[in-house]
Design a binder for this molecule. Structure first.
Ligand SMILES: Cc1cc2nc3c(=O)[nH]c(=O)nc-3n(C[C@H](O)[C@H](O)[C@H](O)COP(=O)(O)OP(=O)(O)OC[C@H]3O[C@@H](n4cnc5c(N)ncnc54)[C@H](O)[C@@H]3O)c2cc1C
Length: 406
């Protein structure tokens, strides 16, 4: 049987499913892509709202270290191979293949010019249609069964329940954050019923709750603490960036990056250095007594009112020594992570132990998994999308080899 006559179903039209479809349709397979929503790439569009951070430009040696998993099989070596097969440079060139330039922004993050996720998605879907991919939308996958002729998939559609046969199936149904985009984690029960091991989905890259005092919120809700360094007891590596005070707590890149380890802390707490560029000694040297303690520290240390507010809520004693300590090491008690629905991404998913090196479910040869529905997580910075694309390249190669095995 030639590849032209082999049929592949891809369940899920996020970046992982779309890129798997792109490779396999280019290789001559008949690809049908299903999504439960009426359009594909909804989370990709949401990701584009604040600027689509498609990948990162840091050296490759560091890149593979950004991925974490509770399953042994998704460790660094696996990521190194995936990133070699489809590298950050390949992803940049892929964006440029649509006539969209890319640029490196702050913290070496890579973005498409114009930050237009919509333009990119439109051109991408057009490319897939031209390559023969069939889009079957408003189809919710429910179950699978092995038949003599291939894998039978049970779907709910507007026309009622449908049962369709394919030679191979790639599941790319995403994690559990922002369920309104279609990634609702509804697939988990069906997977568990089939004996596939899944780690429960939890928030990753999310805001954290803080019990702010009323006076503090009235003054500072919506304000940013800029250029601070944060760390936690379980993750002493410092992360620099901006934090935003919200009604319920804190949001922002540096605290998202701590989520993975904060989740494990019984009484989660974050430390902040409000003046990371000045040592304690330097701050002491700069301190001048002039107009009263609070005015003096504000002027001597160039503190904004939010930083001052944070220092005061933690310790109202106006004493130079305690303030010096706290400017460099301010503790913030965290009440808990924000709900999964609000998180940028989720951790948990299909466990690596039950999959082979290309994402095929060992107990069901011919069924593959890819993307955020797998048990891996990564910080913000373009690592999530890069992980989806590199993973899709690996899995598409695996599907190709599986279907060519005769
Ligand atoms: C606010 C926000 C900002 C983000 N910003 C960035 C960023 O700047 N950079 C970055 O790298 N990442 C970012 N991300 C993360 C990134 O968007 C995701 O990691 C990525 O979309 C995951 O791709 P995926 O294809 O694996 O799954 P998804 O994009 O979640 O797609 C899964 C698809 O599967 C479909 N589906 C689910 N269940 C079924 C079913 N039973 N039947 C049929 N279809 C089903 C869904 O409808 C959905 O279309 C952001 C995410 C959010 C929420």
């Amino acid at each position: 049987m030639s590849s032209l006559s082999k049929k592949i179903a891809i369940i899920g039209g996020g970046p992982s499913g779309l890129y798997t479809a792109e490779i396999l349709s280019r290789n001559g397979y008949q690809v049908e892509l299903f999504d439960q929503k009426s359009s594909v790439g909804r989370k990709f569009l949401v990701a584009g709202r604040g600027g689509l951070n498609i990948t990162h430009s840091e050296p490759m040696e560091l890149f593979a270290q950004r991925y974490f998993s509770t399953s042994i099989d998704f460790m660094e070596e696996r990521w190194k191979l995936a990133l070699r097969l489809f590298s950050p440079l390949d992803l940049k060139k892929w964006v440029e293949s649509f006539g969209i330039e890319t640029y490196i922004g702050s913290s070496r993050r890579v973005y498409p010019e114009g930050d237009s996720a919509a333009k990119l998605l439109l051109a991408w879907v057009e490319r897939l249609k031209n390559q023969g991919v069939i889009f079957s939308l408003k189809h919710r996958w429910k179950s699978f069964e092995k038949k003599e002729t291939g894998w039978s998939l049970l779907m709910d559609s507007e026309a009622g329940e449908r049962s369709l046969i394919f030679d191979a199936v790639v599941f790319a149904m995403g994690g559990g954050s922002w369920p309104e985009t279609g990634s609702d984690g509804g697939w988990i029960d069906s997977f568990l019923n089939k004996g596939i091991a899944v780690t429960p989905l939890v928030s990753a890259n999310c805001g954290w709750e803080v019990a702010w005092e009323t006076w503090f919120l009235e003054k500072f809700e919506g304000k940013a603490i800029k250029g601070v360094e944060v760390w936690s007891d379980s993750s002493p590596e410092r992360r620099r960036g901006d934090l935003i005070v919200t009604r319920y707590g804190l949001e922002g890149g540096p605290i998202y990056a701590l989520t993975r380890t904060l989740r494990e802390e019984k009484e989660p707490r974050m430390w902040i250095d409000l003046k990371p560029d000045l040592s304690k000694e330097e701050l002491e040297k700069r301190y001048r007594i002039q107009r009263g303690f609070l005015k003096d520290i504000e002027k001597s240390w160039n503190l904004n009112s939010l930083s001052k507010g944070l220092l005061l809520r933690s310790n109202p004693d106006r004493n130079l020594d305690t303030f010096l300590d706290r400017v460099k090491r301010l503790s913030i008690e965290l009440k808990g992570a924000r709900a999964l629905q609000e998180a940028i991404s989720s951790a948990g998913g299909v466990r690596g132990e039950g999959l082979n090196e290309v994402g095929m479910i060992c107990q069901y040869p011919g069924l593959f998994c890819v993307g955020e529905m797998l048990d891996w997580e990564a910080p913000t910075g373009g690592y999530l999308l890069q992980g989806c694309f590199s993973g899709a390249a690996v899995t598409a190669g695996g599907v190709d080899r599986y279907l060519s095995r005769d």
